[in-house]
Write a protein that binds this ligand. Structure first.
Ligand code: PBG
Length: 329
């Protein structure tokens, strides 16, 4: 045996059969770890297609509730609800209404499936006329004015029946503000999934079409993370945990595998990654042209996100994967 070929190390041995590969897999993609986003709009009528996100729809509260219930029955771990308002205003007031499309959908989903894990996005961007995630003062998003507004949204969602609220506005101290408001409203049992490391990303483009939430002027770089920074992302995560976040999130997912891996090594809370609208749109577009084998590429991307350290993945593929896995059994 030559010295550069030590006896015993033949790594291919464990790759020989599907059963061997399955037995030694270091991570797994399972539907129970996937979270399906659902867009809820006011009113009735059939689902509306979102052109840049094939297969994803804006749904009425009743339809969103039945779609979400179906996703849970198919095996997805949770649903994450996003809302659109009847009417936008400068302060995004409808977001905290007990009759918002999201609150209505939560109640209907709860009635259908009391056991469903229901998460809601807590932000103002879809509800404000200017499209920013908070309240403007002198042309800037005012952190302190935004915190009570976000807290009211979280309490409204908790009251409707959400298990977890997910603040995504990237305001400083938003987790602490939500925790305090939830506790004093009697919702200490409701948890917080912080959108802790949320980058100012071009990959949110299709979502903004879906949620009609693009900023009318300017961009989100005054509050979301600079893509060039990694240490800062870890500081954001640490501060959300200190403020009481039960779970944290890294977003977008595939462009942030380094952050996921570092966060996994450093923190012991559950970590979610969001495979965002643009990541989905890329796979869909290339798949539609026959340039990629979309189902395989999608699973590979999701497997890589799990391997990097995500416990949970928010993905527009969640229900499709749950169905495939169920049908394969
Ligand atoms: C709300 C929010 C956004 C996303 C999740 N919550 C958009 C944004 O920050 O502009 C993006 C999700 C996606 O692209 O799939 N602030």
């Amino acid at each position: 045996m030559s010295p550069d070929r030590p006896a015993g190390t033949r790594l291919r041995r464990l790759r020989r059969t599907p059963a061997l590969r399955e037995a030694v897999a270091e991570s797994r993609l399972t539907a129970g770890n996937l979270i399906e986003p659902v867009f809820v709009r006011p009113g009735g009528g059939p689902p509306e297609a979102i052109p840049s996100m094939p297969g994803v729809h804006r749904r009425s509260p009743a339809d969103a509730a039945s779609w979400a219930a179906g996703a849970v029955e198919d095996g997805v771990g949770a649903v994450l609800l996003f809302g659109l308002p009847r009417k936008k205003d400068a302060r995004g007031r409808e977001a905290a209404s007990p009759d918002s499309a999201v609150a209505t959908a939560i109640r209907e989903l709860r009635a259908r499936r009391p056991d469903a894990l229901v998460i809601t996005d807590v932000c103002l961007c879809a509800y404000t006329t200017h499209g920013h995630c908070g309240i403007l003062r002198g042309g800037e998003v005012d952190n302190e004015a935004t915190l009570p507004a976000l807290a009211r949204v979280a309490v409204a969602h908790a009251r409707a029946g959400a298990d977890l609220v997910a603040p995504s506005a990237m305001m400083d101290h938003q987790v602490a503000a939500l925790r305090e408001a939830l506790d004093s409203a009697g919702f200490s049992r409701v948890g917080i999934l912080g959108y802790s490391a949320k980058y100012a990303s071009a990959f949110y483009g299709p979502f903004r079409e879906a949620a009609d939430s693009a900023p009318a002027e300017g961009d989100r770089r005054g509050y979301q993370l600079d893509v060039r920074n990694a240490r800062e992302a870890l500081r954001e995560i640490a501060s959300d945990i200190a403020e009481g976040a039960d779970l944290v999130m890294v977003k977008p997912a595939l462009p942030s595998l380094d952050i996921l891996a570092r966060a996994r090594a450093r923190f012991d809370v559950p970590i979610a990654a969001y495979q965002v609208s643009g990541e989905y749109a890329m796979l869909k577009a290339a798949g539609a042209r026959g340039w990629l084998d979309e189902p395989r590429a999608a699973r590979e991307a999701l497997a890589a996100i799990r391997r990097a350290g995500a416990d949970l993945i928010i993905t527009y593929y969640a229900r499709a994967i749950a169905r495939e896995d169920r049908d394969a059994r």
